[in-house]
Design a protein around this ligand. Structure first.
Ligand SMILES: Cc1cc2nc3c(=O)[nH]c(=O)nc-3n(C[C@H](O)[C@H](O)[C@H](O)COP(=O)(O)OP(=O)(O)OC[C@H]3O[C@@H](n4cnc5c(N)ncnc54)[C@H](O)[C@@H]3O)c2cc1C
Length: 497
């Protein structure tokens, strides 16, 4: 998935299905898209996980309390940090402040593709040099198996299936396997982590007539993401971590000790870790560190017979390789969940209190499924939802510490966010405990590249929206992509370097 190379939707300050000229054109196109239910801000996964097991109550913070470490944000990044800290120092007094409930952000809303980044290994090596680029790819790749061991150790049922993913070429405008990346991995002894497949092998994963080949990596697991967030919550609670849900940080005093205030109380902590994801965009320090994109997903009704018909009998993940890729997976209850195809970028930091759902983008994700599998035309979609992503210029997360060394941040998880938040927990635990280990020397430790400030960013991402989406649309229809779109795509790709 791309970094800032996403798209935006609607008017500055909000994002419904826009009423600008571009928005009207889209409405006409939206009429051709499948019907989907109203877009909710709570995902199918989180509803399912909470109704199966709401977990031990974690009431809001009231009054003042002390902690060794206060973590802000109960998504994967915050919870993995709490896990790693207590793994290394079981007696540490750790508090997590979560504005809503653990898993309410992107962590409970995503596609559940616990992925590796081998497919971008060439890009990583160009950015960081071969050794450092490969270290990041290896770190992510190895976490997939490690998550399976974590589930066994903690008896966590998160519907974990370690079966890999096919990045399929679904149209001649989509890139063929990158021979230079494959050769580099072969040379460095990682040839089995990514390999090219032909059309016959691709279609054995799931019989899409669009597939003409692609690349396969075994390093991906599908999970029920909200169950992962809730199981992580359970495990850290069992270790004595105090979690306060419904407790939004409203002020941070970064003295020694630091003070994190909520509406009902305050935590005085020797160290603070900021992992509140896209919401951090509201803080001046991070205003130019990332842009906020709203990603949409839909899930079908249970379709066991249709899954048999298209031969999708494994739990292998699937993605195509368009500009704004579609990513999809089976669920344990025989549905298909799919996301992608477009993204809504938020103006500035304005995610709080706005309607975050775009019916058109949810319908575009649904369109991806019937476009890839015409055999599924007429399939019914049971749920649609959206969630925020914090997207840096490079598409990679960043980790940094304050000059005083007692406030740390791990933000900017977008593509591969499930896996990189797990690695991120190790990095942040290392920064808190001042450990000089392999994790704190990963190349993503350090400040991110700056994005332009608003209002400059808005027209830039709006143009990108049009360029990426119209390129894919034109290619789908067998037309040439508009010349300007090609130029913008090339420019944005250079900008992300
Ligand atoms: C629809 C969608 C599909 C995606 N699909 C995939 C995928 O298949 N694979 C993949 O790898 N990645 C995917 N991602 C990205 C991935 O979900 C994220 O990168 C990851 O979950 C980020 O975790 P996080 O902990 O940083 O943020 P979040 O999960 O957003 O957690 C931040 C938490 O902080 C809380 N918070 C906010 N403000 C405050 C405050 N002031 N005080 C206290 N708490 C606060 C929020 O309520 C939230 O719970 C997807 C994302 C979305 C939205």
């Amino acid at each position: 998935m791309r970094g800032i190379l996403g798209v935006l939707e609607g008017e500055p300050g909000g994002h419904g299905d826009g009423v600008t000229g571009m928005g009207m054109l889209r409405r006409a196109a939206a009429a051709d898209l499948p019907q989907v239910p109203p877009v909710g801000t709570r995902s199918y996964w989180l509803d399912q996980a909470l109704s199966a097991d709401p977990g031990k109550p974690c009431p809001p913070l009231t009054g003042a309390t002390d902690a060794d470490v206060c973590i802000v944000g109960g998504g994967f990044a915050g919870l993995w940090t709490a896990y790693e800290l207590t793994e290394r120092e079981p007696a540490l007094n750790v508090v997590v402040l979560e504005a809503a409930v653990c898993g309410a952000g992107g962590s409970g809303a995503n596609g559940g593709l616990f992925s590796s980044s081998w497919v971008s290994a060439g890009e990583l090596c160009r950015r960081f040099g071969d050794d450092a680029g490969l270290r990041w790819a290896i770190a992510l790749g190895d976490e997939v198996g490690e998550l399976g061991r974590w589930c066994e150790r903690h008896r966590a049922d998160i519907e974990f299936h370690h079966e890999g993913i096919l990045y399929g070429q679904a149209g001649d405008w989509q890139p063929e396997p990158d021979v230079a990346t494959l050769a580099l991995l072969e040379r460095r002894g990682f040839g089995e982590r990514l390999r090219a497949v032909d059309a016959a092998e691709a279609r054995r994963v799931a019989d899409s007539p669009r597939l003409s080949g692609g690349v396969f990596t075994p390093d991906l697991a599908t999970v029920q993401p909200a169950r992962l967030a809730r199981e992580l919550r359970r495990v850290v609670l069992e270790r004595g971590v105090r979690i306060y849900e419904g407790s939004r940080m409203v002020a941070l005093g970064d003295g020694m000790p630091a003070t994190v205030e909520t509406a009902g109380g305050a935590v005085r902590a020797a160290q603070v870790v900021l992992t509140h994801g896209a919401w951090a965009a509201g803080e001046p320090e991070f205003a130019r560190a990332f842009a906020v994109g709203i990603e949409h997903m839909v899930v079908t009704e249970p379709i066991p017979e249709l899954l048999q018909e298209i031969g999708w009998t494994s739990h292998m993940g699937l993605a195509d390789r368009r500009e704004m890729l579609f990513y999809l997976r089976r669920t344990d209850d025989d549905r298909i969940a799919i996301g992608g195809g477009g993204m809504a970028m938020v103006y500035g930091s304005g995610i709080a209190g706005r309607a975050l759902g775009s019916q058109r983008l949810a319908a575009l994700a649904a369109h991806g499924l019937v476009w890839l599998f015409p055999q599924l035309a007429g399939v019914r979609f049971a749920h649609a939802w959206s969630g925020p992503m914090d997207m840096t210029r490079s598409g990679l997360p960043f980790f940094q510490s304050s000059v005083a060394g007692n406030v740390h941040a791990g933000l900017g998880f977008s593509g591969h966010g499930l896996t990189s938040t797990k690695v991120g927990g190790k990095i942040l635990a290392g920064l808190v405990l001042a450990t000089d280990d392999e994790w704190v020397h990963l190349p993503v430790v350090g400040p991110p590249g700056s994005l332009p400030p608003e209002p400059l960013r808005w027209p830039m991402v709006r143009l990108a929206e049009w360029a990426f989406e119209s390129s894919d649309k034109a290619a789908e229809l067998g037309r040439k992509r508009p010349g300007l779109a090609g130029a913008v795509v090339a420019l944005m790709e250079r900008y992300a370097q």
